[in-house]
Design a protein around this ligand. Structure first.
Ligand code: OXD
Ligand code: MN
Length: 589
């Protein structure tokens, strides 16, 4: 089956032999990266209904896909980190003994591709000749996966050439199998650099370069190799003097990460010459540069964004990114003009349409037409504000690292940590409150350290220690901040306007990074002097900014009590530095 393979790398060929004899496909097809091959595959997928070609004039090169209705999101309960011991995976990951898990999975994969084609996708995370680059090979029985990987990563023979005869690549085996939710597993074997995903066709579970490799496996590799894989956007900000600075920011889902990554400056900033550039919207790989600063790259090549709520006002750049060569999953299909629609796109839902499950649908049915987790898969090059540095091997130097969450009352609009170690503490206590729409229960706090809770490939205590250790090694570390765009008034309305206006807060963050502006001391860190946040053109005054940066000591005492409790599960893996930061904050309060 490996005759005619485009590589003679024996580590690759041996593994392919192994997975072929396990999965027993009818054919084996190596994905070369050539457009003609991808086009043939898209045609084939259209002939079986796996993809539907959309209006070539309005959405050139775009396709619609519907996943199985029971398979629409990442499944954290079926996601495993199979390290040799449970201790290595830590209390926040599902774990099973690797041998037992291999045995269970091998039964599920046995013959799962009979009657199907197997596709072998060599891919690279980050550009191929970058010091950041990590190679992978994803084997799959899904054309949707092939064409999506072609958007989200760099694929094909060029990767095999760069890999040469090295064994250093991630093995990713995916099969839709029967799409059986009971047999669904997303499993990582960090020690073996291996990922196995079965019985799902949903992006986050099956595009193995993304969460599985670029976060779970990469966080483990980064720990061993002295770098970091983080769930962060990367944004470039140019001031009127023409200086471009970069920030990386981590937020739990539903906190506007893609919106911040593609932010459009408010008018008076634009008029003054401010510009913003997107480097990445989801993942940052971070290394120490020769200059003693931290440098970051986005290892992906596309965006896998949530469609509902994306519109010309919330995120024009994301919307523009989806206008060509994109794949839409589980959105509304407008049958009149063969385009797509989702809730929040505009006020004119299609009259003649089918919903995300392909059922006739109208907006007045009262049902949602697009699945709340429906997605677009769009090439990064489509983004009008994509950074010129997106495709450079060395990445971008970070001036600031920003953590954030959705907190109605507790967290101020912005605060700065006192030091790197204190900043790691600030990241470790990250949390978000659930929204009514999502759970029916408002204000339930979910702790999500560094937004990595579902994505850290090893013990969270070791991960925090790695952050602390990196801080010791980097001579000029970026300053660390926390933001909260979601404070509400007594009626529950957001006080801060958010979206493009968040640049007003980023400007303060960059000035603090440059040490060109003073701040006020609070028990939790430094907060802005109210007059230092630019509010020109806003309807809120300086008094409101003062409220937004004021902290409620009672709430924070409660918060620290919650952290003390939360930390207990990490036992003696909790770094001393974090214990100390907790104690100091308690004392200051
Ligand atoms: C994502 C996520 O899809 O974080 O990016 O869930
Ligand atoms: Mn994400």
């Amino acid at each position: 089956m490996t005759k005619g393979a485009p590589t003679d790398n024996k580590y690759v060929l041996d593994w392919i032999e192994e997975v072929v004899s396990l999965c027993k496909p009818d054919n084996v097809i190596w994905i070369t990266g050539e457009e003609s091959q991808l086009e043939e595959l898209r045609k084939e997928a259209c002939s079986t209904g796996e993809l539907e070609k959309l209006n070539e004039e309005k959405l050139p090169g775009c396709y619609l896909h519907r996943s199985d209705p029971r398979d629409v999101a990442r499944v954290e309960s079926r996601t495993f980190i199979c390290t040799p011991t449970k201790e290595e995976a830590g209390p926040t990951n599902n774990w099973e003994d690797p041998d037992a898990m291999y045995e269970k999975l091998n039964k599920l994969y046995d013959g799962c591709m009979k009657g199907r084609d197997m596709y072998i996708i060599p891919f690279s995370m980050s550009i191929i000749d970058s010091p950041f680059a990590k190679f992978g090979i994803e084997v799959t029985d899904s054309i949707y996966v092939v064409v999506s990987m072609a958007i989200m990563t760099r694929i094909g023979n060029q990767v095999l050439e760069a890999l040469g005869d090295s064994p250093q690549y991630t093995k990713g085996l995916h099969s839709k199998a029967k799409l059986d939710p009971e047999g669904r597993y997303i499993v990582h074997f960090p020690q073996d650099n291996t990922i196995m995903s079965i019985n799902s066709g949903y992006g986050g579970n099956v595009l193995l370069g993304k969460k599985c490799l670029a976060l779970r496996i990469a966080s483990y590799l980064g720990h061993n190799e002295g770098w970091m894989a983080e769930h962060m956007l990367i944004l470039g900000i140019e001031n009127p003097q023409g200086e471009v600075k970069y920030v990386a920011a981590a937020f739990p889902s539903a906190c506007g990460k893609t919106n911040l990554a593609m932010l459009i400056p408010p008018k008076h900033y634009r008029d003054a010459g401010w510009k913003t550039y997107c480097v990445g919207d989801d993942i940052a790989w971070i290394r120490i540069g020769d200059d003693g600063r931290l440098w970051a790259c986005n290892p992906e090549n596309g965006f896998f964004g949530v469609a509902p709520g994306t519109n010309a006002k919330s995120n024009l750049n994301a919307l523009e990114s989806t206008k060509k060569n994109s794949i839409f999953t589980n959105v509304v299909h407008d049958l009149d003009d063969n385009t797509v629609w989702w809730e929040g796109l505009n006020d004119t839902p299609p009259k003649n349409a089918v919903d995300w499950q392909g059922r006739p649908w109208t907006a007045d049915s009262g049902e949602k037409g697009a699945h709340p987790n429906s997605r677009f898969t769009a090439p990064a090059v489509n983004c009008p504000c994509i950074s010129t540095e997106f495709n450079t091997a060395k990445g971008v130097p970070l001036s600031a690292i920003i953590f954030g969450g959705r907190r109605a009352k507790t967290a101020p609009l912005v605060y700065q940590s006192r030091s790197w170690d204190h900043g790691v503490f600030v990241g470790s206590i990250m949390a978000s409150e659930t929204t009514a729409a999502a759970t029916g229960q408002v204000g339930v706090v979910r702790r999500d350290p560094m937004a990595m809770l579902p994505f850290c490939g090893y013990h969270m205590g070791d991960y925090w220690q790695h952050w602390i250790d990196m801080g010791k090694k980097v001579k000029n570390p970026p300053k660390i901040f926390n933001v909260n765009w979601f404070r509400t008034d007594d009626e529950g309305h957001f006080i801060w306007p958010g979206f493009g206006d968040n640049l007003r807060v980023l400007e303060w963050i960059l000035k603090r990074s440059d040490e060109t502006i003073d701040a006020d001391e609070a028990p939790i860190g430094y907060v802005p002097k109210p007059e230092d946040i630019d509010i020109e053109g806003l309807t809120i005054g300086e008094d409101v900014v003062r409220d937004l940066v004021t902290i409620d000591r009672d709430l924070w005492k409660e918060e620290m009590a919650g952290i003390r409790e939360y930390y207990k599960q990490f036992g003696d893996k909790l770094p001393e530095e974090l214990k100390k930061a907790l104690e100091e904050t308690e004392a200051a309060l």
